[in-house]
Design a protein around this ligand. Structure first.
Ligand SMILES: C[S@@+](CC[C@H](N)C(=O)[O-])C[C@H]1O[C@@H](n2cnc3c(N)ncnc32)[C@H](O)[C@@H]1O
Ligand code: SF4
Length: 439
């Protein structure tokens, strides 16, 4: 079908950009541009257990290594401050940022000392939703996100999470206890696990509704090449053919009916208490890991961080040893870069903003000096032809319900491609570090 060919063409384009990283000798990120707003992303690559499906940069937690890593991260923040950066928003992702709470708190406090931070987002895991850690986070973190994945004990066992992070019931109780301690509390779920039946999905949705979390992100399971083998061994092969049906079940349970409990915030993020599409208040802006739609430009610090700045994508080294060596030498740890052409930048904007449900045409005109239809004619016509555009006027393009699943499928492929970059970077690691990465 033409639409499928166009769709896979778009994904191939995006992936080829991401996959065509060239080695860089740059030792620093470029400085900030005047009047440009940036978010700071900090990556904490340590976990107490390595989930078999996960392609993020993560190593088995070792206290000595992590202590020195956090110190390096604070040093890298100071480098950004010296380059002239300021940030209002800090996102701490992982891995598991709360793996050493005191180090995390010191890092957030240092960020507040250096920059004009008014909002901190942070990821965690259910075993860290204890009073002690939550008390330390409250006041420092406004937006907390916790990985739940499923409330089903069988699935949690398959994901190798049951033992470390608790049973479905324990997780639900911990999540409920967080309630309103934060401006926003998100839970991450994964759908379309090979052994996830419709019944399990419906029970997971019941758990989400009971959870009291005010936001939920439902990721489609993404099997990147590096984890495909461990996935097939542990949870089985991924069947993308049923993904759309499962997505429809999720949308119906959360946003359907006369009085829906949730509304859409992005194609795979839902906000509680909003029967209508995305509100723009801070509490309801989607908190979406590295999948950032509300800040287009962001420098990333830490091993394995991906920065997008001034039309270039930069990758920090995945090696903890190289990362430490670079920071100790007073440098950043950049290992690869790809430069986006003006056309690539338009495609990237088109995808990212529509993933966030609407595209700002005025901002587009101002940034690119042309209309959307002229800048990305094939993508624009394709979205129109398949009914992915709900509404359009002089200022905005809004995604339709039909377009939402299209974005899920495009983004799933896109992030499998991003994971390909991670795989590429890992290929350069010593075998000892590779062993640590994959457990
Ligand atoms: C990378 S983790 C970091 C935070 C925390 N360690 C956790 O497990 O939630 C963030 C989220 O990414 C999602 N994720 C990781 N690997 C994935 C995959 N292969 N497919 C779909 N989602 C994935 C999970 O929902 C996870 O909660
Ligand atoms: S899903 Fe979270 S806890 Fe599991 S390995 Fe990935 S980052 Fe670590």
């Amino acid at each position: 079908m033409l639409s499928e060919r166009l769709q896979s063409g778009m994904v191939r384009f995006l992936n080829s950009r991401y996959l065509s990283l060239a080695r860089t000798d740059q030792t620093f990120l470029p400085g900030p541009r005047p009047n440009q707003q940036y978010m700071l992303y900090a990556h904490i690559p340590f976990c107490e257990r390595l989930c078999p499906y996960c392609s993020f940069n993560r190593y088995l937690f070792q206290a000595d290594q992590a202590t020195s890593y956090f110190a390096d991260l604070r040093q890298e923040m100071r480098m950004l401050a010296e380059l002239g950066y300021d940030f209002e928003s800090l996102y701490i992702g992982g891995g598991t940022p709360t793996v050493m709470p005191d180090e995390l708190f010191a890092t957030i406090d240092e960020a507040r000392r250096l920059f004009s931070i008014n909002e901190v987002s942070c990821e965690t895991n259910p075993n860290h939703l204890t009073d002690e850690i939550l008390d330390g986070l409250a006041g420092r973190v406004q937006r907390l996100s916790c990985g739940v994945q499923s409330f089903d004990d069988g699935l949690l066992r398959q994901m190798e999470r049951y033992e470390k992070y608790g049973s479905g019931l324990e997780i639900l109780q911990r999540v409920q206890a967080v309630h309103d301690r934060f401006t926003s509390f998100n839970i991450d779920m994964i759908f379309n696990f090979p052994s996830q039946s419709e019944e399990i999905l419906i029970n997971d949705l019941a758990g989400v509704l009971e959870s009291q979390a005010n936001q939920v992100t439902f990721y489609p399971l993404m099997a990147s090449p590096a984890v495909a083998a461990s996935l097939a061994r542990t949870v089985g092969r991924v069947d993308y053919a049923r993904e759309k049906h499962y997505y429809e079940i999720i949308c119906e349970a959360l946003t359907g009916g006369a009085n829906p409990a949730f509304g859409f915030s992005s194609a795979w993020t839902f906000n509680r208490g909003e029967g209508s599409p995305a509100s723009t208040t801070s509490a309801n802006t989607p908190i979406i890991d590295e999948y950032i739609v509300n800040y287009e430009e962001y420098p990333a610090i830490g091993s394995g961080g991906l920065s997008y700045l001034d039309g270039s994508l930069y990758v920090n080294t995945f090696s903890l040893r190289e990362y430490h060596a670079a920071i100790s030498a007073g440098q950043m740890s950049l290992s690869g870069r790809t430069i986006f052409s003006p056309k690539d930048r338009m495609r990237y904007r088109f995808m990212m903003q529509l993933f966030g449900l609407s595209l700002d045409k005025l901002q587009w005109q101002q940034d690119f000096g042309c209309s959307v239809a002229r800048g990305v004619p094939s993508e624009y016509l394709f979205f129109k032809a398949v009914g992915a555009i709900e509404y359009e006027d002089k200022t905005v393009i809004k995604l339709s319900a039909k377009g939402q699943y299209l974005m899920v499928a495009l983004m799933r492929e896109f992030f499998i491609g991003v994971n390909g970059v991670r795989d590429q970077a890992r290929a350069a690691l010593s075998s000892a570090e590779c062993d640590l990465l994959f457990g």
